[in-house]
Every structure is written in structure tokens, then in C-alpha cells.
Design a protein around this ligand. Structure first.
Ligand SMILES: *Cc1c(COP(=O)(O)O)cnc(C)c1O
Length: 352
């Protein structure tokens, strides 16, 4: 990393010592290692041919901790922060099918911490998918009716634990904190390095965007590298495009403050599409299941109906709408969600 050529791309490259120092700062930020990096970068042949693009899949669903997913990268930095503050108990919230909740439980176990998961409905009472894994991980699950109540319950739990002499650490839903963003700043360096090694120059990185943490990290990371030719395209899976853009912007500002760096991301650089929600967060329609089938039949690739299948639908549609240029190199970030098809099998079955 002390050699400026590492991340350089032949025809578009800005290097100066200051950027290099910032990147070094990210590498040296306290990180509790949960997995082996890098995750694989997979080339697709059938989808590439079908869509007329060069499609790579960044396999962040392939990680050794509890079936993996994007939350693991965020948790590496969040956990390091919690441990540095001497905390002994993690508290977080999420939907009934939350990957973040499951991975927080697993990460907590690995680090020897206790954990509480505050979960919101709707959800099937079946002991399946993430709920099954939470049980297996011995997570203390509290079920509440909505987000507002969940935030209140997390605070009450923290107060109660403090009164008992414990040191709780509240992680926002989805790991949406500046420390969480660091996980994907790191990932953006990794992705660019992998592509550089195989002499590919990406034009787009497409991903499912929920809280916006992952997208904020990728945007900031590319900016730190001086890469200005990649569009990070977020496909909204939970909020409207305006709300999502605001969240991404806010997370970027908070992270810039945490790193204490002089950097600016324009609001207009945050590209999000809100056209692929299919009824909203966690809703499954025939289009969503068809997208799962498409990936499975073309590449043997398993997507989940809450996040990655909607993102893949968006990617395909954006190629059809000519927003994504034919012939361009596209990276699809597979953010995980492996247990969700099992948890939502009854709904998926309707459209199979
Ligand atoms: C949480 C999650 C996302 C969304 O990530 P954000 O950083 O919250 O935008 C996407 N895909 C999967 C599988 C997830 O679990």
C-alpha cells in the first residue's frame, strides 16, 4: 500500500500522497477480524451473454461466519469499537428475517459477548431461516410491534443492563453507523484491486440498498481512491429513493466526521432507483421469484427475495432501459441473505 501503483488503473488514475495516507488510515482502523478476505469475485458467462454486458459478481455471501453477508464487514469495525469501549453486550434491532440480527448474534459469540435482538413483525412463526439460526446462537430475542417501539425497547434494555453493572452497546438497525460504513470503504478497495488484477475497468457497481450503509461505504471508498469513472447504483429495497439518498448522504457525512478527513460527496453522485420495491420491504411478488429463478437457471446463483433478487431485477431492467450501457463492465454486489429463501419458502412456493 505504500506503493502508489497498487490500485492504479491505466487510463484513469489520480494519485497523490494524501489519498494514499487516507487509505492507509482505513487499513489501520481497529477491525475485529471475523472472516478471511478477499471474498471471491466471480465472472458470469451466461448472464453476461444474455444481457450484453460483462457481469462480475462480488460474492459477499461467501464468508465463513454463520452464512455470511454484508453485515459481517460492517460488524468487523463495529465490534472493534464496542471492544475498545469495554462493552460486554450487543443490542440491535431488525426485521423478523433480519440478516443483520443473525450476524450480530454470531459475531457476538465469536468475540465472547452477550447479545439481545429486538425483532419486528410481520413474520411467520416457523422456526426457520434467520430465526432458527438466532435460536441456535442462543440470542436473546425480544419481539415488538414496530421500529419506534424497537428503538425504545433497545434503550430500555441498555438502561437496565447498565443498572446491573453491564456495558451494553447499541448497534443501529442494519449496522447503519459510521463504523459500519468503514466495512464497505474497505470492500471498495478490495473490489478495485481484484478488478485491476484481471485488467477489468468497471463502469457500474449495482447493489441492494436498505439503510444505505453499504452504498455510502462504496461511494466514499471510491472517492478515497480517486476513482471517478464508477457509478454506484443502489436498488432500493426498503425506502423510497429520496429517503434512501438522504440516508446515504447522512452516513457519508458522519463517516467523514469520524475519519476527520476533508472530503465531499455531491448529493447528485448518490444514484438510487426506487422502482424495484415490489410492494415494499420484505414483500415478495412473482417478479421477485422470477428474478431468483433467472439467477439460479443462468448461473446456479442463489438470491434471496428481500434484497438481492430485487437488486438483480433492477440490474436487468436498467440494462433493458439502456441506463446501463451495453458492453460495459458491471459488478453486482451479492450482499448475502442465504437463510431468507428458507424462512420465506411458503411465499416463494406460490410463484415457483
Ligand atoms: C442488510 C442487507 C442489505 C442492505 O444493506 P444496507 O447497508 O443496509 O443498505 C442488502 N442485502 C442484504 C442481503 C442485506 O442483509
Amino acid at each position: 500500500m505504500n506503493n502508489g501503483n497498487f490500485f492504479k488503473h491505466k487510463d484513469s488514475y489520480k494519485y497523490d500522497g494524501e489519498l494514499s495516507a487516507l487509505i492507509w488510515k482505513i487499513f489501520n482502523f481497529p477491525r475485529y477480524r471475523l472472516i478471511t478476505l478477499p471474498t471471491p469475485l466471480e465472472k458470469t458467462s451466461n448472464i453476461s451473454k444474455d444481457l450484453g454486458i460483462r457481469l462480475y459478481i462480488k460474492r459477499d455471501d461467501v464468508m465463513e461466519l454463520a452464512l455470511g453477508g454484508n453485515k459481517v464487514r460492517k460488524l468487523e469495525f463495529i465490534l472493534a469499537d464496542a471492544l475498545a469501549k469495554g462493552c460486554d453486550t450487543l443490542i440491535t434491532r431488525g426485521a423478523f428475517h433480519s440478516n443483520h440480527a443473525r450476524l450480530t448474534a454470531a459475531a457476538a459469540r465469536k468475540a465472547g459477548l452477550d447479545m439481545y435482538l429486538v425483532l419486528t413483525p410481520p413474520g411467520s412463526p416457523d422456526l426457520q431461516g434467520n430465526i432458527l439460526l438466532n435460536k441456535l446462537l442462543g440470542a436473546k430475542m425480544v419481539h415488538v410491534k414496530d421500529h419506534t417501539e424497537a428503538d425504545k425497547v433497545m434503550q430500555e434494555l441498555a438502561d437496565k443492563l447498565k443498572a446491573q453493572g453491564k456495558k451494553p452497546y447499541i448497534i443501529p438497525a442494519g449496522g447503519a453507523s459510521p463504523h459500519g460504513v468503514l466495512g464497505y470503504i474497505y470492500a471498495s478497495l478490495e473490489i478495485m484491486q481484484q478488478l485491476y488484477t484481471i485488467e477489468e475497468k468497471p463502469r457500474y457497481i449495482v447493489l441492494a440498498t436498505g439503510t444505505g450503509t453499504t452504498q455510502a461505504g462504496l461511494l466514499l471508498g471510491l472517492k478515497l481512491l480517486g476513482v471517478d469513472y464508477v457509478e454506484v447504483v443502489g436498488i432500493c429495497v426498503s425506502m423510497s429513493s429520496d429517503e434512501t439518498r438522504n440516508r446515504v448522504y447522512k452516513l457519508i457525512q458522519d463517516t467523514i466526521n469520524l475519519l476527520n478527513i476533508d472530503m465531499k460527496i455531491n448529493y447528485s453522485d448518490i444514484i438510487v432507483y426506487g422502482d424495484y420495491l415490489f410492494g415494499g420491504y420484505g414483500e415478495v411478488t412473482s417478479e421477485v421469484v422470477n428474478s431468483m429463478k433467472y439467477a439460479a437457471l443462468k448461473e446456479g446463483l442463489i438470491l434471496d427475495p428481500v434484497y438481492t433478487a430485487k437488486a438483480m431485477y433492477g440490474l436487468i431492467d436498467l440494462v433493458k432501459r439502456k441506463y446501463i450501457e451495453k458492453g460495459s463492465t458491471v459488478v453486482f454486489l451479492h450482499t448475502g441473505g442465504t437463510p431468507i429463501p428458507f424462512q420465506l419458502s411458503k411465499i416463494i412456493e406460490k410463484y415457483l
